[in-house]
Write a protein that binds this ligand. Structure first.
Ligand code: LRH
Ligand code: MN
Length: 426
């Protein structure tokens, strides 16, 4: 199933009149406020989010998994699904692979297939949180932090394999997330676990090609429920510093204890030049991996406000890697991902409307009410015509989710792949 330009212009037709009205009205309002609408449209068009290869099928929990028909049954079909998302949204220009769930059989064929969809390979993810069949050592009690040198060496070797796989696909970064930790007081020695982890990461770091980055992802709990070795941004930041200038912290929005001020973490990491990238999702309680912006859209806006400020004022921080990390238990994965992409673009567009100069003045004057007014004026702006115009300009759908349904994409995928094809991943 490929979505052609002809498909898109067909489905766009009925949405054009309303869009042109809405966009003309909004452009006029924004220009009168001094905004450069063309510049904002360019930034939105350039903002490409990587799709997680492990979230193109139905996710699940320990209480069960409800499959979706027509799931991608192999890496080729996963790349095709990201191609569909990119054709519709023009903002899903990359895929993030998880190894060993997505080891290519034919590297040339995989690279060509992705290129045909205009898809790049973003960060590759290692997996030392599951034991592989015939693995010599087990990760039950940890991987890079394990008390056993043999287990640590196996985990280090796996990460280096993942770098080599990514290198053959044109990826330029490795994401390391460790489940390592303990579930009972007394089970482990915090200092030894952290020391082992640091030494292991430094060994992996030395194997990184010069133009690569290492992203160290933190998480407070799950699957361990008493301690996690890389539990928070501070620990990840410390380990990144211990590794070197190519190592950065990766912020997964779901990896924070309730009410954590994530935008302050983002501001701090960017000031220190150590914000590597994001795993976007949303959550109500724990690492729920819900649709981006579905529970706390204002919190997402505040994070993008910190990002926009950092991207304008912190040349010491590289352009972050944007990735989604979600799990789809009850919604069609492609529809869920389109909603996440829309919410990310919306938060970014609203943050671009914050008058940073006036905000700076109000902050210096301690005019607290004005500070909030400046933020919320931007947040309360319906920016959807901007997103639609950016998509239209880049050859996408004015209404991706509606187009997906108008074109009966899921039905076509089921016809192609059968009702029972299951995607590898979480
Ligand atoms: C851990 C995590 C990590 C991935 C996994 C799929 O919770 O966020 O980024 O490896 O999900
Ligand atoms: Mn993640």
């Amino acid at each position: 199933m490929k979505i052609s330009q002809q498909h898109l212009s067909e489905t766009n037709k009925k949405y054009v009149p309303a869009h042109e009205n809405n966009f003309a009205f909004l452009s006029d309002v924004l220009q009168k406020k001094g905004h450069d609408v063309a510049a904002i449209l360019k930034k939105l068009g350039d903002f490409q989010v990587a799709i997680p290869s492990w979230a193109l099928g139905a996710g699940g929990t320990r209480f069960g998994r409800f499959g979706f028909q027509g799931e991608p049954g192999n890496l080729e079909q996963k790349i095709d699904d990201v191609g569909l998302l990119h054709a519709l949204t023009q903002t899903a220009g990359a895929i993030s692979l998880h190894i060993p769930w997505d080891i290519p059989k034919d590297y040339t064929a995989i690279r060509e297939r992705a290129a045909a969809h205009g898809i790049l390979f973003d960060a590759v993810n290692s997996n030392t949180f599951q034991d592989q069949v015939n693995a010599k050592e087990s990760y039950r009690f940890g991987s890079l932090s394990n008390t056993s040198k043999a287990v640590r060496q196996q985990a280090i070797a796996h990460n280096i394999d993942v770098v080599n796989i990514g290198n053959r696909l044109g990826s330029k970064s490795l994401t390391v997330w460790l489940a390592d930790g303990t579930s009972f007081p007394g089970q482990g020695n915090f200092q030894k676990a952290l020391q082992h982890t640091q030494e292991s990461l430094q060994e992996i770091y030395t194997a990184l090609p010069d133009d690569w980055k290492l992203f160290i992802e933190y998480k407070p709990y799950e699957p361990n429920f008493y301690s996690t070795v890389i539990q928070d941004w501070g620990t990840s930041f410390m380990l990144a510093q211990a590794c070197g200038e190519k190592a950065y912290t990766l912020v997964d929005l779901g990896h924070h204890l309730p009410n954590t001020n994530i935008e302050q973490i983002v501001a701090t990491l960017m000031l220190k030049g150590k914000l590597g990238g994001f795993h976007f999702n949303d959550s109500k309680y724990g690492d729920d991996d819900l649709t981006v912006g579905s529970v706390k859209p204002y919190a997402l806006f505040l994070i993008f406000n910190a990002l926009v400020y950092g991207m304008e004022n912190n040349p010491q921080n590289p352009y972050p890697a944007w990735m989604i990390d979600a799990s789809h238990n009850i919604k069609d994965p492609l529809e869920d991902l389109m909603q996440s992409l829309e919410a990310i673009q919306e938060a970014y567009a609203k943050a671009l409307l914050v008058d940073q100069e006036q905000l700076n003045e109000a902050q210096r004057a301690h005019d607290v009410a004005r500070c909030q007014e400046l933020l919320q004026d931007a947040y309360r702006t319906d920016v959807r015509p901007l997103l639609a115009q950016a998509r239209l300009t880049n050859g996408g759908a004015l209404e991706p989710l509606k187009a997906y349904r108008d074109l009966n994409v899921r039905k076509a995928l089921v016809q192609e792949r059968g009702a029972n094809s299951i995607a590898s991943g979480l």
